[in-house]
Design a protein around this ligand. Structure first.
Ligand code: ATP
Length: 503
């Protein structure tokens, strides 16, 4: 797993997808830059989401709210008081951990132990080994399993103050059962606010304390009535938005999975109170379908329903994806009731109500939210696409099998050789195709090598101009995943590519 993840990170750098930010100054932790290919992939994911959410739904519109918001926003939303992570320091190593993430790590370690026990037993019992029976009856394994179950029960999304002492005790207990940090000397668990503060205004006396938004959702809530009125929207309707969010995350690891500056794609769907269960199910289904439409494997997704809910929610689920380090949250779907709009009504003194002409009455709508991290989605797509294939001649080929619709470059065009007028024809094809797709011209090295470069780059098609092209205006088109080559007419190229890369 670790090995695969390392490969993902180095491939992302080598092929111009993701760089460490400010690398020449040794980087900034949990901050990354998208490079020439990464920016394209990210944009394509964003567009794919926008198209599905805004363009395809006639009752959803998109906005682009500012990153800076009036500071009272964050009091109303609860972020000033409650947007924090539980922190614990190890007194010996002076290392700081996010308590819930640390507990997760212990869980993972215990799971590895269980796997080892299973493998050992499998070897011993050979054919007659029955995994289910072994897991259900083996004392040691059951002990481990029990530990994990207790942990999962005790750890919810929002840790209350009284839980913190509990978590410390749990960490101490786990460290004895399954040493991870090598030291048992912990501080108490403290809560740490994740918002970045900044100042608006030049002079010290008049400057106003601001926060960089930690989520894009609030920009939608405060604009609810403006959009509803000017767009003449009728409930149920949605407002979608993509944009940067900032969180001072303590645990900076797992590459772009958890960043300090990241991008969200959120949609708040405003509904009639009492219909939230129905819409919650509907949006769970709709969002999962969106993910599956990319063809990255049904088994790589699962729902994780929350038992312990945040103060604003009456139902919540995560769509989890199988990242190289295991199943983790990719998207959240939350039934937020009227919490947000009511809070903003209270703090702003303005009514944020909707007049329902059918029922002839006003109410504060309920909200169903879908929230996905663009960078996390990038990591899901990228890590899932990177494969190493053994070929018949015993060589291996590295392929980035990106869904064609998301690939940064749709087609690479090569002249077979750098003479006989082939480059000119190839360049003309580039000129013709570039109005519709991102294409790339390459004439360096043997054609086989060029194919491999594009495979690793994620380009779904390679088009080669050879001597036959000069006779009959045909070229070969090679498919990245199957490596199959077909001879086609130059004039058919555009439609051929379009059928694969258009949604
Ligand atoms: P986590 O539990 O992983 O910290 P969260 O539950 O706090 O995530 P939400 O507040 O529900 O996340 O945010 C919605 C989505 O935004 C998440 O599903 C995730 O895809 C993305 N996201 C949240 N925090 C980060 C981050 N630090 N870096 C990248 N993406 C993030």
């Amino acid at each position: 797993q670790d090995e695969q993840f390392k490969k993902v990170i180095s491939h992302a750098k080598e092929y111009g997808y993701v760089f460490q930010s400010s690398e020449i100054y040794d980087g900034l932790s949990a901050v990354y830059d998208y490079a020439q290919n990464g920016a394209e992939l990210k944009k394509n994911i964003r567009d794919y989401w926008w198209k599905a959410m805004v363009q395809m739904h006639d009752n959803i519109v998109g906005i682009d709210a500012a990153i800076f918001m009036h500071p009272t926003t964050w009091k109303a939303s609860g972020h000033v008081d409650a947007f924090s992570d539980p922190l614990i320091d190890n007194k010996d190593s002076k290392k700081r951990y996010r308590a819930d993430v640390l507990v997760e790590d212990y869980c993972a370690k215990i799971e590895t132990k269980i796997e080892k026990e299973v493998k050992k037993a499998q070897k011993r019992f050979g054919e007659s080994f029955n995994k289910e029976e072994f897991l259900a009856t083996n004392g040691r394994v059951l002990g481990y399993q029990e530990k994990i179950d207790t942990i999962l029960k005790r750890l919810g999304k929002s840790l209350e103050a009284e839980d913190l002492a509990d978590v410390k005790a749990l960490i101490e207990e786990l460290e004895i059962a399954c040493p991870l940090s090598g030291s048992r000397n912990w501080t108490d668990v403290k809560q740490f606010n994740l918002m970045f503060g900044t100042k608006l205004g030049a002079s010290a006396e008049t400057a106003m304390d601001l926060y960089l938004r930690p989520e894009t959702a609030q920009g939608i809530f405060v604009n609810f009535l403006n959009v509803q009125k000017t767009g003449r929207m009728k409930i149920p309707f949605g407002i979608a938005q993509t944009g940067k969010a900032f969180r001072n995350e303590i645990v900076a690891r797992q590459f772009i999975f958890r960043m300090r500056e990241f991008e969200q794609m959120e949609m708040q769907f405003f509904i009639k109170p009492g219909t939230q269960k129905e819409w919650f199910e509907k949006w769970k289904e709709t969002r999962l379908k969106w993910h599956l439409s990319l063809g990255m494997g049904e088994d790589n997704y699962r729902f994780h329903d929350h038992e312990k809910l945040a103060h604003y929610a009456d139902a919540a689920t995560d769509i989890e994806f199988k990242f190289p380090f295991g199943f983790k949250e990719l998207e959240g779907i939350h039934s937020r009731t009227d919490f947000d709009l009511k809070q903003h009504e209270e703090f702003s003194g303005k009514k944020l109500q909707y007049f329902d002409h059918e029922d002839n009455k006003s109410y504060t709508p309920y909200v169903l939210e879908t929230s996905i991290g663009l960078d996390r989605m990038f990591l899901a797509v990228f890590s899932n696409s990177l494969v190493e294939e053994k070929l018949e001649n015993n060589t291996t080929r590295t392929v980035l099998k990106l869904p064609a619709v998301l690939a940064p470059v749709k087609a690479a065009i090569f002249p077979l050789v750098k003479k006989d007028g082939l480059p000119e024809v190839a360049k003309q094809i580039v000129e013709d195709l570039k109005w519709d797709f991102n294409v790339f011209y390459d004439e360096k090295d043997a054609v086989g090598k060029r194919y491999r470069r594009q495979d690793a780059n994620g380009t779904p098609f390679c088009i080669t101009v050879d001597h036959e092209t000069l006779e009959n205006n045909t070229v070969t088109i090679r498919h990245r995943d199957t490596m199959e080559q077909k001879r086609v007419k130059i004039e058919d190229l555009k439609d051929l590519i379009k059928t694969e890369v258009d949604v």
